[in-house]
Design a binder for this molecule. Structure first.
Ligand SMILES: NC(=O)c1ccc[n+]([C@@H]2O[C@H](COP(=O)([O-])OP(=O)(O)OC[C@H]3O[C@@H](n4cnc5c(N)ncnc54)[C@H](O)[C@@H]3O)[C@@H](O)[C@H]2O)c1
Length: 117
């Protein structure tokens, strides 16, 4: 499958990318490197440096994708308190805006959710 992983240079994304590559999928990573880094990124993944809040870049990157894994996030609580609107734009607004803009849609979006304990 053709997979896009937003935030693929972060903690969760890096592990997800490794697994997808190992399973033989084509993996495109979309990350702005605001907290992630390239050191742990699987060399077989194709990195695109841009923000998920850039709806045009997101639409271009996800065109023809079978699945988009959305792990790009502002994950720090302090940052979300300081800038709740910016946090929402990255963590959730991205999907809504790109869903509306994109034709055809990827077959599947997968959102990263906090685990239940
Ligand atoms: N770390 C955990 O144990 C854990 C557990 C459950 C759920 N989660 C959730 O998984 C998600 C990712 O968490 P993480 O720990 O991997 O965070 P992280 O900070 O390590 O990774 C986030 C990645 O998103 C990128 N990013 C941030 N803003 C971006 C933007 N505008 N455009 C493109 N890329 C952007 C960062 O550069 C980074 O690579 C969060 O929603 C978090 O709540 C994390």
């Amino acid at each position: 499958m053709r997979c896009v992983v937003t935030g693929g240079c972060g903690f969760i994304g890096t592990h997800l990318v490794d697994r997808l590559v190992r399973d033989g999928h084509q993996v495109i990573v979309l990350d702005d490197l605001s907290t992630g880094n390239l050191e742990g990124l699987n060399p077989l993944a194709e990195p695109l440096y841009c923000s998920v809040t850039d709806s045009h870049a997101l639409a271009a990157a996800t065109e023809g994708a079978d699945v988009v894994f959305h792990t790009a996030a502002w994950a720090r609580i302090e940052r979300s308190v300081a800038d709740p609107v910016g946090t929402h734009a990255v963590n959730a607004g991205t999907v809504a805006s790109s869903s509306g803009a994109q034709r055809p849609m990827p077959k599947r979006w997968s959102m990263n959710r906090p685990q239940r304990r």
